[in-house]
Design a protein around this ligand. Structure first.
Ligand SMILES: [Cu+2]
Length: 435
């Protein structure tokens, strides 16, 4: 359902309600949301953690596996899941170990890893270790390097991690369906010897994803090619994304992966300048780095950025494609901006009392319109100064003096005189501005 369809649905519902009210009847009960019964398995138990993770995965999970003999053992479970993208929007989809994205697999350079993959899907799958240099037979490509893993089976991958870095994993069977539904995850391989850090390092992992979810439906549409309407960081859309909390002066590393079906994302950070220090192909030599405030993260790529968080405040970190920081809707709403619709509205109101065309002064009013069940507002959330109109692939880096832990420190308290305000008549006159 595109936004136009949603608008006509809302309008139709409004008309029905109005007509029913006029006739003195009870409004018809809302149609039940389209809920195909989902084969939902309970979240699978992960193996116990061997050590506390050095990574911070906002809204996500880490698998550190456990040492058995000379290998680190992991268990990935490919399965149907029920996942909340944001309060009010729950989807029935596919993922790993009870969620999407799957847990971050964390290991160390040179380690032998043994990864068991249980297939609880209704169709075959495999796991490809994207960017990890493995023996050809461990590459996870159905038909080419292995038979696919049938439903109900548990198969075993085993290889040595030759390189430190940030990588990803995903199926190479029915990619269009399995990847689009959310079967994606990241892998972090720490260097064997970590260079002594000059300052505390805050090491974040963020994975971009996108779905097409018809407003009111619970099942993402894996056939979508271009009209994705739900964009997420680690499976969550703002306002459900957790901020990245750091202390002033920390070295912040953000490992950004993208295994969305179709779209690259220009990821923009406010208030700081960063460098791309690593891709899934390896480290970028310092002589080859350049300063940036936006990094293009193509589909099937990792970009690791680093910066010193030297500016206290609440700084957006978001995709700069405007439709990727908007929740749930599509792109085909009629363009009424600047139109005089008073005459049209008056005539429609004879049939549908209370009708009002939206969007003549911009789209902000649409962000508050009534929604069907299992749909969320285009608008992001409430900020300290009013509504934040960005949603979707939006989060914040919250920089505070002396902040410890990963908890949200709340809204930034701006020092006196550092927030814009209405100009006074004396100021306008003094600076020669005709306000
Ligand atoms: Cu984007």
């Amino acid at each position: 359902m595109r936004r136009r369809d949603l608008l006509s649905t809302s309008l139709a519902a409004g008309v029905a309600t109005a007509i029913a009210r006029r006739a003195g009847a009870q409004p018809a009960p809302a149609a039940p949301p389209s809920l195909p019964p989902a084969p939902v398995a309970p979240p699978s138990a992960a193996p116990p953690l061997a050590a506390p993770s050095a990574l911070i995965v906002p809204d996500g999970r880490v698998l550190t596996g456990r040492k058995v003999g000379g290998a680190r053992v992991f268990h990935l479970i490919a399965e149907p899941i029920r996942h909340e993208i944001a309060p009010g929007l729950v989807i029935d989809t596919w993922g790993y170990n009870g969620g999407t994205p799957g847990p971050v697999i964390e290991a160390t350079e040179g380690e032998r890893v043994r990864i068991y993959v249980t297939n609880k899907l209704p169709e075959p799958t495999t796991v490809h270790w994207h960017g990890v240099v493995v023996p050809n037979g461990m590459d996870g490509v159905a038909g080419l390097t292995q038979p696919s893993i049938p439903p109900g089976a548990t198969w075993r991958y085993e290889f040595t991690l030759p390189h430190a870095g940030t990588f990803m994993y995903h199926p190479h069977v029915d990619e269009m369906t399995q990847i689009a539904l959310g079967m994606v995850g990241m892998i972090v391989v720490h260097p064997k010897r970590r260079p002594p850090a000059a300052r505390p390092v805050r090491d974040f992992v963020l994975m971009a994803h996108e779905w097409k979810i018809v407003p009111g439906a619970r099942r993402p549409d894996p056939l979508a090619m271009s009209d994705f309407n739900q964009l997420a960081w680690n499976g969550k859309a703002y306002p459900a994304t957790s901020p990245l909390a750091v202390a002033t002066g920390d070295l912040v590393r953000i490992r950004i992966g993208n295994l969305g079906p179709m779209d690259g994302h220009p990821i923009h950070l406010h208030g700081h300048r960063f460098a791309v220090v690593e891709t899934d192909g390896g480290p970028v030599p310092p002589s080859a780095r350049w300063p940036e405030t936006t990094v293009w993260v193509p589909v099937g790529a990792v970009r690791v950025i680093e910066f010193v968080a030297d500016q206290p405040g609440d700084w957006p970190l978001h995709c700069h494609m405007t439709h990727h920081v908007m929740n749930q809707m599509g792109h085909d709403v009629p363009n009424w901006i600047g139109a005089d619709v008073g005459g049209v509205d008056a005539r429609i109101r004879k049939l549908a009392p209370g009708y009002m065309t939206m969007g003549t002064t911009g789209m902000a009013d649409m962000m508050q319109m009534d929604l069907p069940d299992n749909a969320i507002s285009m608008r992001g959330g409430k900020g300290p100064f009013g509504a934040i109109d960005m949603g979707g692939m939006f989060t914040m880096v919250k920089v505070r003096d002396g902040h410890t832990g990963a908890a949200d420190p709340g809204w930034y308290a701006h020092p006196e005189g550092t927030v814009p305000r209405a100009a006074s008549a004396a100021e306008l006159a003094g600076d020669g501005i005709d306000g």
